[in-house]
Design a protein. Sequence first.
Length: 459
Amino acid sequence: MSLPTITALSPLDGRYAAKLSALRPIMSEHGYMHRRVQVEVAWFIALSDAGFDEFKPLTTGARAYLLGLVKNFSEADSAAIKEIEKTTNHDVKAVEYWIKSKFEARPELQKAAEFVHFACTSEDINNTSHALQLRSGRDQVILPGLDRIVLKLREMAHAYADVPMLSRTHGQTASPTTVGKELANVVVRLQAAVERIAGVKMLGKMNGAVGNYNAHLSAWPDFDWEAFSRKVVETPEPLGLGLTFQPYSIQIEPHDYMAELFDAIARANTILVDLSRDIWGYVSLGYFKQRLKAGEIGSSTMPHKVNPIDFENAEGNLGLANALLRHLSEKLPVSRWQRDLTDSTVLRNIGVAMGYAALAYTSFMTGLNKLELNEEALAADLDASWEVLAEPIQTVMRRYGVQGAYEKLKEVTRGKTVTAEALHALIDGLEIPQADKDRLRAMTPGSYIGKAAELARRV
């Protein structure tokens, strides 16, 4: 059923629908149906190869037809399953019936129809489908979105490695850094976060109603069902699922890997919240200008405004994503006894959580691509902050054992307007070697950056 985006309850499918076209086929209910069909078909084909007299190996033509149901699965197919669900009031059973309906006029498949969903509980299909969705969503949308940000930030870190910038700790002037080094800090953090996201193993279980292969063994008591299930779960696509086998579970897969994944994405998002706020502040200070876009309006009443809206949008959507991700990671590993249904309705929102994250990454990249460095503003800020050189002066004084070095500099700089002339007069009166006096006199706030440029360039 198609609805105008303006009537959508969620902005992900309304205002921002066009920005999430890559995620929608994967994480929507259609994507969920698609993966369920994939799991059912993989299980069915594997059963035909298990060596049972009652289910002979499928012909090449039958296999190709079944895999074609997966490869060519369409929104019309999802709609047909939803139509069946109106009668069954059970979505997994509707998938089973839809697959069986595709066996008509195919005697080989009709004869084996009762092996569709054989010995499976709904959660055998659902948990593996969710794992397939999450893997695709992570690998095709989340990681590429973060990789683009990391690449852009690394380019900026290298480009601005030597551009000095006044630091602010507690909002007050502090030892200078460079623009590139501050961006390099985030690159390193994000790279580590991305590695954690990419490193999460997607788990799947196919072990029956309470995890013990009860139904399976009632049919073939001497068959190694655990090894069979592992093979289906771990065999690469399309004949298997290419997941990591989960050997122990209740009716549902424990969802611990999901919590790990969602926590890892949330951690990356938090890093981006931090940077969004910092860049917002730098724009406010004039360190960055924003490229203008023809026709765009910053305020309904103040024509001069060019607002940092992309970073504000990113921050807001990252917050929404993390609220959902953290609820998912806290709720999903908890289930009463062998299973309750609270995970089912919550899992239907994993696409929403990833959607807000993906939307935020797009906004953040848009913002980064608009930024233009204002080196004049950076230089002016540094030139008005000579007090930051109190640190190197007192550090050199301490090297030569000058008593009360810190206290002396504190007395002449704390809470006062400090000039270059005042600092030079102080330096000239110090009992330290002339070479060090000359070195300190040559320092400016813009040159006092330590290894910042080197650190930025090597990230």
